[in-house]
Design a protein. Structure first.
Length: 150
């Protein structure tokens, strides 16, 4: 029974992170930490890294702390941290590898879901300012983007 609870904690943490990512992106990255995120919305690329990449460290920290704390003190924290970290890996894979092509892999996909993710993210990046953007999540895609063409 304990292993079922642990698996449930991993899945619950993973899926909850989409809400955390959405709220953080909308209210923090497009809010008081815009100065770190705005280079991600610019069309010019000034190098491989952006200030926006600091968010990787910000978001990875709670997952890593929970994994280590769970190993040492309280086992459920390990599984919560694992779910957070798996979401971080999924976010990196979808956002940096697939959408923004930071590395030359995952270039093409005919999958409807991946096309919808790309469309929604493209709409998000149409605005070069912090105001007026939409689609702040990553893995949850509104239905309308499944129907549109790029």
């Amino acid at each position: 029974m304990e292993s079922v609870l642990n698996i449930f904690l991993v899945f619950l943490s993973f899926f909850s992170m989409e809400g955390v990512a959405w709220a953080t992106h909308k209210y923090i990255m497009h809010g008081f930490l815009w100065h770190l995120h705005k280079d991600h919305h610019k069309k010019e690329v000034y190098g491989f890294f952006e200030k926006n990449d600091y968010f990787f460290l910000i978001f990875a920290t709670p997952g890593v702390i929970m994994i280590f704390a769970g190993l040492k003190f309280f086992i459920p924290l390990f599984f919560i941290g694992l779910g957070i970290s798996i979401y971080g890996f999924a976010y990196f894979t979808v956002h940096d590898l697939f959408i923004h092509q930071r590395f030359n892999i995952l270039r093409k996909s005919e999958n409807r879901y991946f096309k919808a993710i790309r469309r929604a993210h493209k709409i998000h990046h149409k605005k070069l300012t912090k105001e007026g953007c939409e689609n702040f999540g990553m893995l949850w895609v509104p239905i309308k983007y499944f129907k549109q063409k790029i």
